[in-house]
Design a protein around this ligand. Structure first.
Ligand SMILES: NC(=O)C1=CN([C@@H]2O[C@H](COP(=O)(O)OP(=O)(O)OC[C@H]3O[C@@H](n4cnc5c(N)ncnc54)[C@H](OP(=O)(O)O)[C@@H]3O)[C@@H](O)[C@H]2O)C=CC1
Ligand SMILES: C=C(O[C@H]1[C@H](O)[C@@H](CO)O[C@H](OP(=O)(O)OP(=O)(O)OC[C@H]2O[C@@H](n3ccc(=O)[nH]c3=O)[C@H](O)[C@@H]2O)[C@@H]1NC(C)=O)C(=O)O
Length: 299
């Protein structure tokens, strides 16, 4: 089955039994049956059509910064866009970019053109595609504040355009989490500003990130979504869970909202730690924490 798909694609873009720990910022994850790094839309179409016809499960990967892949790995095909799909065009106060472009790079390109609106994206380790799918945000701004159009491919290989409204953005949510489409590009509307001011705001955000977040260890960013009107960190801190460890997974001593990999964490360690935090927070605060990180792979 995989041999046939492999035959349809260039050899250099296909990896079999590829450890996902090499493709996630958590540095955790068992092997994917097949990982493909397409270089252009035609290759994505071939993969989507084949997987659709043969009913092979597939998933998309940007930079793997919001993912926990289980230890048994992923059955099916993983389509990784993070390294390719790097085209970017400035068009007046708009930026059009392909989904593999990194968020920090995007923020820097905007700043160079004296365009404001993407300062919050500085230092976020994800790709544009992942950021649109997750409606990523920081410092009270989100992707939905700048996105005006998204181009995505459906399971049959057909390309569709979505307005921001059609993308169904909400807190850490978009329709692309449920519709099985692959985002290939997005158009953003920014505002003219002063380059020095924009760069200063980006430097401030980067400084806060370095000071407040455990960037020195592998992680997948915030473990949980913010419950409405609440912060996660203070609750976990109040339960004295900072520094609590299961195997190689640790509640960060720097920011309780992060779980960090202290060297050899398994996905099971992280999942057990998530369960422990959820049950303690439920018991003490009556709050059901929902994971922000996407947990994928064979259970
Ligand atoms: N604020 C912060 O400090 C941080 C924010 N983040 C955010 O997390 C996200 C991670 O980005 P990234 O590392 O690239 O994503 P990932 O590779 O971690 O993918 C996460 C999920 O996003 C979806 N996805 C990724 N790329 C695409 C695409 N091209 N088309 C459709 N869906 C896609 C997939 O969802 P599915 O499985 O449903 O197909 C995938 O499971 C970003 O939104 C990033 O900004 C991450 C870390 C820190
Ligand atoms: C890291 C991510 O995004 C982050 C984003 O960087 C930051 C900054 O805007 O705000 C969110 O974190 P957050 O809710 O933990 O925000 P922070 O500003 O870091 O902390 C909120 C509050 O909790 C307090 N706090 C935080 C950690 C801690 O151990 N103890 C504590 O008391 C902070 O002092 C602050 O008063 C995003 N997370 C979510 C789930 O919305 C991510 O998405 O992966």
């Amino acid at each position: 089955m995989y041999d046939e798909l492999r035959g349809l694609l260039a050899e250099e873009i296909v990896l079999l039994d590829e450890p996902m720990k090499n493709h996630t910022t958590f540095k955790i994850g068992g092997p994917a049956d097949m990982l493909v790094c397409p270089r252009h839309i035609e290759e994505i179409k071939i993969i989507m059509k084949y997987c659709n016809q043969q009913q092979i499960p597939f998933m998309v990967l940007g930079m793997g910064s919001n993912l926990l892949v289980r230890d048994k790995g992923i059955r099916g095909v993983v389509v990784k866009l993070g390294q390719n799909f790097q085209a970017l065009r400035m068009e007046g106060e708009q930026i059009w970019a392909q989904s593999g472009v990194g968020l920090s790079q995007l923020a820097h390109c905007a700043a160079e053109a004296s365009l404001s609106g993407l300062e919050f994206a500085e230092g976020i380790p994800g790709s544009l595609g992942g950021a649109v799918a997750m409606n990523a945000g920081a410092y009270e701004k989100e992707m939905q504040d700048v996105i005006i159009e998204v181009e995505a491919i459906d399971r049959t290989g057909e390309i569709h355009r979505f307005s921001a409204q059609e993308a169904g953005f909400a807190y850490r949510k978009s329709i692309f989490q449920d519709n099985g489409f692959i985002i290939v590009s997005a158009r953003m509307q920014l505002n003219k500003g002063f380059r020095e001011d924009i760069e200063m705001r980006m430097q401030q955000f980067a400084k806060i990130r370095r000071e407040k977040q455990p960037l020195e260890y592998p992680s997948a960013g915030s473990t949980f979504k913010r419950p409405p009107g609440m912060y996660v960190g203070p609750m976990i801190e109040e339960l004295s869970l900072k520094g609590y460890r299961i195997g190689g997974a640790e509640v960060s001593t720097k920011h309780a909202g992060f779980i960090v990999n202290r060297g050899d964490a398994s996905a099971a360690d992280v999942i057990n730690l998530i369960d422990k935090i959820q049950s303690e927070v439920r018991a003490s605060f009556g709050v059901d924490l929902q994971p922000e990180i996407r947990i994928v792979g064979e259970a």
